[in-house]
Design a protein around this ligand. Structure first.
Ligand code: TPP
Ligand code: MG
Length: 303
């Protein structure tokens, strides 16, 4: 990974964290209309996988992939407008989280129905092949979502058809409050349907990027789909209304010590590649200003 890409990855993860932190504040102030779903501790998976794609590729994100959407050019302002139900938001106040697409940025809208995006994204990949276009489709699935029929059917179809599809498996410890061993036998990587599979440390953003980069090359060269399984941990609740009382605090502390942003910062520092200017404060100010702008705008039907 070159320095420029590494710095972009670091900034994307930080922007994701700061945007989600601001969303949590807005939630606690009673400003958001629904709950807040975040990717705390998993920002590296969302950002590094999306960053490994080209602008012509298409993503189908899920709820932990705000970072992937930011990488594709969605702004914190879009996100605040959406969570605050603003008329100016991407869905005009009709949806209350990251459930919106933007075809101009190569984003198919996330959906609540776990697994449902896998056959949709397999279809996107099929359309690329039918048109003779060298493009790749990417989507994400959790350990819980991998138990749906749609996941197996969609991935199986992509394998049989050798489609340019990357499915990122987020093995993050829980599905709501259910640990994997209570809902599946074996490891997520065993659910590949025969797709080429790689398992990486999901809290090592550089390793995730490099694996996603390899997966993209494989897809572009006609190697068929890749199941890229990232070992990570959901450090927050399923959403902000979930206090995670079912999680062993020692386990949580172990994963917190492997924070992807701190690890990226250490990796940059080792190479003498740390950002020249302080990044956090200006990014935080930008995020706060965009939240303030969305707060000042009305909901549908107001004013
Ligand atoms: C088909 C389907 N079944 C159940 C749900 C309810 N549901 C929403 S999120 C969730 C847990 C998802 O867990 P996982 O796939 O591991 O993703 P994570 O939240 O850990 O990122 C469940 C059961 C749903 N949205 N869709
Ligand atoms: Mg999970």
């Amino acid at each position: 990974m070159d320095r420029d890409t590494a710095l972009r990855l670091h900034e994307a993860m930080l922007l994701t964290r700061l945007t989600e932190e601001r969303l949590v504040k807005l939630y606690r102030q009673g400003q958001t209309l629904g709950s807040v779903y975040r990717s705390l501790g998993q920002e590296g998976v969302a950002c590094a996988t999306a960053l490994a794609l080209g602008p012509e590729d298409v993503i189908g994100p899920m709820i932990r992939n705000l970072g992937s959407m930011l990488v594709r050019g969605v702004t914190p302002l879009d996100i605040f407008r959406q969570y605050l139900g603003r008329a100016t938001g991407p869905t005009g106040g009709r949806e209350l989280n990251n459930h919106f697409g933007d075809l101009s940025r190569g984003i198919i809208a996330p959906t609540s129905m776990l697994g449902a995006l896998i056959p949709v994204m397999a279809g996107v990949a099929l359309s690329f092949r039918q048109r003779g276009e060298k493009r790749v489709a990417m989507t994400w699935i959790g350990d819980g979502g991998s138990s749906t029929g749609a996941f197996s059917e969609g991935l199986n179809f992509a394998v049989v058809q050798k489609l340019p599809l990357i499915v990122v498996g987020e093995s993050n410890g829980y599905a709501f409050s259910t640990a994997p061993e209570k809902q599946m036998k074996g490891h997520l990587s065993a659910r590949s349907q025969g797709a080429y599979t790689e398992t990486v440390d999901g809290n090592d953003p550089v390793a995730v990027f490099e694996a996603a980069h390899r997966a993209r090359i494989r897809c572009r060269n006609g190697g068929g789909p890749v199941f890229l399984v990232c070992e990570t941990f959901r450090l927050g609740g399923h959403a902000e209304h979930d206090d995670q009382r079912y999680v062993d605090p020692a386990l949580k502390a172990r994963w917190a010590a492997r924070d992807p942003i701190s690890r990226m910062e250490a990796w940059l520092a080792e190479r003498g590649w740390s950002p020249q200017e302080p990044l956090r404060d200006p990014l935080e100010a930008r995020v706060a200003a965009q939240a303030g702008q969305a707060l000042g705008e009305g909901r549908p039907g107001e004013g």
